[in-house]
Design a protein around this ligand. Structure first.
Ligand code: SAM
Length: 326
């Protein structure tokens, strides 16, 4: 007799593995456009702002972890090892170079993105750090099964998961595998940073929909979120569909219920030290001397200090929160 858990007999499992395929195909299919074309994006202001927020998180929370790193070499300043899980096409490589990283390991389930990240690193003239990239499902496989042992013989100072951790909350097993991968190779006192959709914002908007509405979607011209169910709100596998103009085409994602995440992370020795909505990150840091000029350099504001985001982009930015754990 077949076990009732056999995947082919369990329609829920079938649907779920379909979700991963949608995510992988989506990211593999997105072209890696050059710098010039990137500037042409209709939501370039929002993309630049997201990059600025990531730079703030890296500078404020990740870079300081290099100061106490056993990996930092004498006379070469603060340098450390970083694990970028869900690194995509390597969009954060320059940020890490500026943070004076010594070594970076980038992982992503999308093999095409990994090739592009590798190519981007090789072609970047100023990249004076070692980087290696691997295609890996970080939510179903443990790193030690897939990476060369020498890459794991020294612990990481920082693990970064930008705009990707929510895919792990499809199931408790995946979220646990993800947290195991984050924590096992992070040194004591190391830092885990990330960006995820804000569960409170998502749920508040869902609750604000008219009670008799069959259409469970909300958003604006830039983003759209569509829930499948109003009542059923599981702590894992709480699915919605996400659309972001010129970035994400109706891809399945999962709510990261914050308290549940914190509770689970604590089982892996990870404790929150920062969590803030993107608008709050802006409020907190935009006037600080190290981040104000960066707003202009990263094209979040123009030479006159005018925001490059319209109202809808600014609203879409606040779908996300940034966090740091130790
Ligand atoms: N971190 C990059 C950035 O900030 O530009 C990429 C973010 S992109 C929105 C989300 C990434 O998560 C995609 O590259 C996708 O392939 C990756 N991803 C989704 N599920 C994953 C998994 N199970 N393991 C590793 N990467 C995954």
């Amino acid at each position: 007799e077949r076990s009732p858990e056999a995947p082919e007999e369990n329609p829920r499992k079938k649907r779920r593995s379909g979700d991963v395929a949608v995510v992988v195909e989506h990211y593999n299919a997105r072209p890696d456009v050059g710098v010039a074309q990137r500037q042409e994006s209709p939501i370039i202001g929002l993309k630049s702002f997201n990059n600025w927020v990531k730079s703030v998180l890296i500078t404020k929370f990740a870079h300081p972890a290099f100061a106490t790193s056993p990996n930092g070499r004498k006379g070469r300043g603060m340098r450390g090892r970083v694990l970028d899980m869900g690194c995509g096409k390597g969009g954060d490589l320059t940020k890490w170079a500026k943070a004076n990283v010594a070594e970076l390991v980038g992982l992503d389930i999308a093999a095409v993105s990994i090739e592009q990240a590798q190519a981007r690193h090789v072609s970047s003239k100023g990249a004076r750090f070692t980087a290696s990239f691997f295609a890996l499902d970080c939510y179903t496989r443990v790193l030690s099964d897939a990476l060369p042992p020498n890459l794991l013989s020294t612990p990481f100072d920082v693990v970064s998961m930008q705009f990707c951790m929510h895919y792990a909350f499809e199931s408790e097993t995946k979220a646990r595998t993800m947290l195991r991968n984050v924590s096992t190779w992070l040194r004591p006192g190391g830092i885990f940073i990330g960006t995820i959709p804000d569960a409170k914002m998502l749920i508040d908007q869902l609750d604000a929909l008219p009670a008799n509405s069959k259409d469970l979607s909300f958003g604006n011209s830039v983003y759209k979120i569509r829930f499948e169910d109003r009542e059923n709100r599981p702590i894992f596998g709480h699915r919605y569909w996400f659309y972001l103009q010129d970035a994400v085409d109706d891809v399945p994602e999962y709510v990261v219920h914050w308290d549940n995440f914190v509770q689970l992370a604590s089982e892996y020795g990870l404790h929150p030290i920062y969590k803030q909505e993107f608008h709050q990150v802006f409020e907190e840091f935009h006037e600080q001397p190290e981040f104000a000029p960066l707003l202009q350099r990263m094209h979040v504001v123009d030479a006159n200090g005018e925001s490059q985001m319209d109202e809808d982009q600014w609203e879409a930015a606040n779908v996300y929160v940034g966090f740091a754990f130790e």
